[in-house]
Write a protein of this length. Structure first.
Length: 189
């Protein structure tokens, strides 16, 4: 649930950013946001599948091992992809911002900041707070540490993917292939 909450925060940050920029009606932006929403929904579905596919062993309910490892494998893939998509959506937005909140109190530059740092939907102070939050998530040491953490939360993605391979029900999958191969062959004339 921790990671689903983080993904929901991430997509919420992206949505607020595109609203602030005024690009939410762009088809390309909607397609990117749709992909982000799909990734969040897929991961949340994997979390729910832990419960739905959970076996009972010796009277204890265990999470589905294949679902658990699949979620761990996808976490390392999804997080980096989503962060990169958000970077593309917000472009250079995070680059130009006041150096500190004290700039809003400086009589020489405050009027300039209030004029040029606002957006169509936010005043300069609100926009700056939003951009700083976005920058904290994407560009600071804090954001970079979290990106690294999420990439390796479940361990090396190679080992996690091997665990998926070891636990996946290949007999069920290959039985479908074998059944198709046993059908009578009809040759075209």
């Amino acid at each position: 649930m921790r990671y689903v909450t983080k993904l929901r925060f991430m997509i919420g940050l992206a949505q607020r950013s595109i609203e602030m920029i005024g690009s939410s009606s762009s088809p390309q932006v909607q397609i990117s946001m749709g992909e982000l929403a799909a990734l969040v929904s897929i991961y949340e579905g994997l979390l729910l599948a832990h419960e739905a596919n959970a076996p009972i062993k010796d009277g204890v309910l265990w999470p589905s091992v294949v679902t658990l490892y699949s979620a761990m494998a996808m976490q390392s893939e999804f997080n980096g992809r989503m962060l990169e998509m958000i970077r593309e959506l917000v472009s250079s937005l995070v680059i130009s911002q006041p150096s500190s909140a004290a700039d809003f109190e400086n009589p020489e530059i405050a009027p300039v900041i209030r004029r040029y740092m606002r957006s169509g939907s936010m005043d300069a102070r609100s926009r700056t707070a939003m951009v700083r939050l976005l920058w904290d998530f994407l560009g600071t040491e804090f954001g970079s540490r979290h990106a690294q953490y999420e990439k390796f939360y479940g361990g090396s993605s190679l080992i996690v993917k091997q665990n998926v391979y070891r636990n996946f029900d290949f007999k069920r999958a290959t039985a479908l292939v074998d059944k198709a191969l046993s059908l009578p062959v009809v040759l075209a004339r």
